[in-house]
Design a protein around this ligand. Sequence first.
Ligand code: TYM
Length: 337
Amino acid sequence: MSEQQETKKQRIFSGIQPTGVFTLGNYIGAIRNWGQLQQDYECIYCIVDLHAITVMQKPADLRANTMRCYAMMLACGIDPKQSVAFVQSRNPHHADLSWVLSCSTMFGELNRMTQFKDKSARHADNINAGLFTYPVLMAADILAYNADLVPIGADQKQHLELARNVAIRFNQRYGETFTVPEPYISPAGAKVMSLQDPMKKMSKSDENVNGCVYILDDKDTILRKFRRAVTDSDAEVCYREGKDGINNLMTIYGCVTGKTMDEITAEFAGKGYGDFKTAVGEAVADHLAPVRDEFARLSADKAYLNACIDAGSEQAYRLTRPILSKVYRRVGFIDRK
Ligand code: TYM
């Protein structure tokens, strides 16, 4: 093996939907890790606007949200000089590959996807084909770059499993073409739960506004949401089965302070839940303060953001072009120039 091959970094791909302000779940489960991985991997991160239109969007809002989410992604620590940071619709290869892969994806596989079932229940008036084939596009996002690793929260695991199966099937059918990607799911915070219903994932679509913390919430709002968090009827801050509310708060506190569960238990021994909830709120608000400041700074510089999107999307296109050419040759299309 040549020296160059030995030192070649593994490639990472991940994406996030521009459907509103990122939640603390998005941040802890995914984006925080994206930033940390930039040193050691070749990273490609994407605002997935093609995915967003599987549910009804107002065009002007989607455009504005895509820009805002791009700024949020950078504010969370993604450096567009170090990583490829772009907008999905600006690289047409995602949609091109998605079609090819859809012909190697079985209807039954898609029909088993729990997110499709959840979303079609929530959007019963708009169960469109895109909602159903969404995981194929996600597979295309990842496979178009031959990514080795995909940092995601636990809720995306089933989609990643499908991407792996599609890659394996395609490789068997047409010869080795795609890298079979591995999920990168961080051991802590892979599933941040709602503050109002700790059996449910924290989600933008939570009807109860107090269940979900957004990364741009101000300090008072964050404190208020944590003070109202649902806990249990005993008064011991410790991580134990059945204490879902406290377990969730401890996980969040651990993720933003770096403290272990034992350290947190010791810190709050003999103190009430009120003190603990306030401490978690304070720690989260302090942790997110620089993200909010950076977001405000970046949002004021639209020209910079547009230049970053242009450059990132161009880089992304250049990365996928040879892979798409290979796929087209493999399936028997006349090669594009
Ligand atoms: P999305 O936009 O719903 O969420 C973005 C990332 O945040 C994670 N996440 C959570 N992690 C922990 N706790 C939570 N409560 C929580 N809520 C969300 C998600 O797991 C995800 O990692 N289909 C994807 C976007 C996508 C993608 C891709 C991801 C499109 N193509 C290719 C990876 C690779 C989605 O809807 O994520």
